[in-house]
Design a protein around this ligand. Structure first.
Ligand code: GAP
Length: 443
């Protein structure tokens, strides 16, 4: 399957739009339409609950995007968050050097490599380091202003707040702090739709452990995070782990694993699970001059905890969900987004068969009953077949049709998105019938 099919469905149905489209778009930035924001919120809600509701020792945080600039020096991002870049002097195209040469030694003859865009040779520059952080000035007077960075990861906000969170919530190690928020990277090569963008959302959980227990905690979180993808309804066969080799390890990591999904463009990372050791806390201790160690009352010991990080991209997770759900039902000439009902933007559409004869009134009454329990929408535009197919593409699990029989016996049809099977259900039993069907939706 080609990613373009997902891109066009996302636009057609209001999941994702190119940012600033009326101005020709803004590269590698996307807006989320009514269905997209609902899907994204549903996914992040499940993640948030999986972390902060199902674990008594994990609490939430919402730290600011702007932080003291020294934080990014301490974390290593000012000095080391770079991509090596090569420019074509002929056509101004820009590449990450590893896109054009997989040769790891630095003796690549760039003058001999052809520019993939204009096809000329001899015009590529030598690679130069390019920092991925967005930099801006803060302050009303230019001279007084301080440099500020848009955070490239949400993690640092957790590290610098960890002792306050631990104290206020009286947490004992091991404990975790979870955060969902925007992150920004000036990606050079932004491609594959919402997979790699310049503005994105991360869902990160930092788990603070005794250094003696780091390996065990990493294993525990690998297993938990893998299970999470089944929760979202993603096919287990399209999920795998990839271990980082020594040369790919980030500067802070002792061990790192990616959770990859088999996207239409190949296996790619959606989440990283890292043993960051005490790297970040010791750096902040050094740069801020403040003690960052944890006091273990029971053993009367002070130490810098090790951190096991689970770091997922919400937008990538959504793209994985969309790719996994996309189904061309050739037999019935329709496209269906087989979204798990837990995350579907809309649970049911209510459709009066015609716009007259009292059917819309019954439809509206059903809406008022169902909206107390589920996200439902009302649609009376176009033929019933077209209305259903629109909702199949939107991933709406149920269709409810009010027809002339409804006038006689107060019953409606309840249609299952994937099988198109319809049951006759009395209106006063509709909530119960939907709840029953949700329990065995995939059978
Ligand atoms: N705190 C660790 C960290 O940020 P990372 O592997 O650089 O680690 C974690 O990023 C996750 O954030 C990735 O697995 C991915 O899902 C998401 N992510 C990173 N860069 C992204 C980008 N440019 N666009 C969309 N998602 C991105």
């Amino acid at each position: 399957m080609n990613i373009d099919k997902i891109v066009s469905l996302c636009k057609r149905r209001g999941f994702v739009f190119q940012s600033s489209e009326i101005y020709g778009g803004f590269k590698a930035v996307y807006d989320y339409g009514p269905l997209g924001v609902a899907l994204k919120n549903n996914i992040s809600k499940i993640w948030w609950e999986a972390m902060t509701q199902f674990h008594e020792n994990i609490v939430g945080l919402d730290s600011a995007i702007f932080m003291h600039p020294k934080i990014w020096e301490a974390s290593g991002h000012v000095g080391g968050f770079n991509d090596p870049l090569v420019d074509c002097k002929q056509c101004n195209a820009r590449y990450k050097s590893d896109e054009l040469s997989s040769d790891e030694n630095s003796k690549v003859l760039w003058s001999e490599i052809q520019c993939p865009k204009c096809g000329t040779k001899g015009n590529l520059t030598e690679p130069r380091q390019f920092n991925l952080m967005f930099k801006t000035d803060v302050g009303s007077v230019a001279d007084d202003s301080d440099i500020a960075y848009l955070r490239p990861e949400t993690a640092q906000g957790i590290y610098v707040n960890y002792l306050m969170v631990q104290n206020t919530m009286r947490l004992k190690i091991p404990f975790g702090i979870a955060q969902i928020g925007k992150a920004f990277r000036n990606e050079i090569v932004a491609r594959n739709f919402i997979f790699r963008t310049r503005e994105f959302e991360q869902m990160e959980m930092q788990y603070f452990v005794n250094p003696k227990n780091d390996d065990e905690a990493l294993q525990e979180w690998k297993a938990k995070r893998l299970d999470f993808y089944s929760e979202l309804g993603i096919n287990r066969k399209r999920i795998r782990f990839q271990k980082h080799g020594k040369k790919d390890l980030a500067h802070y990591a002792k061990e790192a694993w990616d959770i990859e999904y088999e996207f239409p463009f190949g296996w790619s990372e959606i989440e990283g699970i890292h043993n960051r050791t005490d790297y970040d806390l010791s750096q902040h201790q050094k740069f801020s001059g403040k003690k960052m160690d944890y006091f273990d009352q029971q053993n009367n010991q002070r130490f810098l905890p090790y951190i096991i990080e689970t770091s997922a991209g919400l937008n990538r997770m959504m793209l994985a969900v969309l790719s996994d759900s996309y189904w061309e039902d050739v037999e019935n000439d329709r496209v269906v987004m087989k979204l798990d009902p837990k995350i579907a933007p809309v649970l049911a559409v209510v459709c009066p068969l015609v716009k007259k004869d009292g059917l819309p009134e019954i439809g509206r009454n059903i809406m008022s009953i169902l909206k107390k329990e589920f996200k439902v929408i009302y649609d009376q535009q176009g033929s019933i077949g077209k209305r259903y197919y629109r909702q199949d593409e939107a991933g709406t699990p149920f269709g409810i049709t009010v027809d002339h029989q409804s006038l006689d016996d107060q019953s409606v049809t309840l249609r299952h998105r994937d099988t198109q099977h319809q049951d006759r259900v009395s209106i006063d039993q509709l909530v119960k019938a939907i709840k029953n069907k949700l329990e065995n939706f995939h059978e």
